[in-house]
Design a protein around this ligand. Structure first.
Ligand code: 0X9
Ligand code: ZN
Length: 302
């Protein structure tokens, strides 16, 4: 199993996923959403006590390769829901969870490789020229390529040759669409900056129901910060970070119709940035879990 005192590479994460599914077959089902460009599997876990028509939460991590705290949190979320089910059964009894821990397995692997790059962000699919990779979080088909991304293949925010040109983005799209009618919340976990972000990222305009998204985010951040004082800022992506189109959260809301779509930028605020020391994994996970619980409580009542 994982212990969250160090960061885990892709094989360790997949071993954890398969082990937890084998140990708790009554709570966890693992299926494949497909393969990445380089042939890595892209599993999704359904955590559920069965039944039908339950509200769902869809959570994913690892869309940006270098943001190691993201899969580290998402795997923790899985562990908390499953291994610690008895401590708070309501979160699984009343909600179906769909969780994808690593949306960019090729990039993630590259950040662990001695011949790779610890700070790689994009996927690892080749382009027409020498530069490899598309920013998967600019490749979604909601106001794709309308600002805050680049057509330059070498760029860090290269949006790809077309919306959903990348197989990893298509895999998560299809997984989301297949459960969108029951899904109330979409979570995309990233780092860093300590922001709890709402749509939109493609425009500075607010969603019609922004107040609903803001209010729930505020309740979540209140509990998160109460743990040990870590401040988080709430607002839309455009207004806090600047324009960025083709992101998964905008597509989740505007394309898949999931009302509460959040991108959570976890620790820190830049001292270590993407290279958050492993001795902060636990504290990060404990506080973010408090926020996620608040959202889960709300989902039960939706
Ligand atoms: O730019 C991004 O993709 C995210 N920030 S990160 O530093 N982790 O790369 C923020 C995405 C926020 N959502 C939208 N802009 N829609
Ligand atoms: Zn990111």
């Amino acid at each position: 199993s994982l212990d969250w005192t160090s960061y885990s590479d892709l094989p360790a994460i997949y071993e954890f996923v398969n082990e937890i599914a084998a140990t708790y077959p009554n709570l966890v089902t693992v299926t494949s959403t497909g393969q990445s460009y380089l042939g890595n599997d892209m599993p999704i876990l359904k955590i559920s006590t069965g039944g039908s028509g339950k509200n769902a939460i869809f959570a994913e991590g690892g869309i940006h390769a270098r943001e190691w705290i993201s899969p580290a949190f998402v795997t923790w979320l899985i562990r908390e829901l499953v291994e610690n089910y008895a401590a708070h059964p309501q979160y699984v009894d009343n909600i179906d969870w769909y969780i994808m821990p690593v949306l960019n397995p090729d990039g993630y692997t590259y950040t662990f490789s001695p011949t790779g790059d610890r700070l790689w962000r994009k996927n690892r699919a080749p382009n027409s020229g020498v530069c490899v990779g598309t920013d998967l979080n600019r490749n979604f088909d909601y106001y794709w390529n309308t600002g805050g991304s680049t057509s330059i293949e070498c760029g860090e925010t290269y949006h790809g040759g077309a919306a959903f040109s990348q197989v990893e983005a298509r895999n998560v799209r299809d997984a989301m669409l297949s459960v969108a009618n029951q899904t109330k919340v979409y979570f995309s976990f990233h780092s860093y900056g300590q922001y709890w972000l709402t749509p939109w990222g493609y425009t500075s305009a607010l969603p019609d129901d922004y107040q609903d998204l803001y209010d729930l985010a505020q309740s979540a951040v209140d509990k998160l910060t109460a743990v040990e004082g870590t401040p988080y800022t709430i607002g839309t992506s455009t207004n806090l970070l600047g324009l960025a189109s083709g992101c998964s959260d905008d597509w989740a809301k505007g394309g898949a119709g999931i009302k509460y779509s959040y991108t959570v930028e976890m620790r820190d605020t830049g001292r270590f940035g993407f290279q958050l020391p492993a001795d902060q994994i636990l504290a990060n996970n404990l506080e973010v879990w408090e926020g996620v619980k608040v959202v889960a409580e709300a989902v039960m009542l939706m």
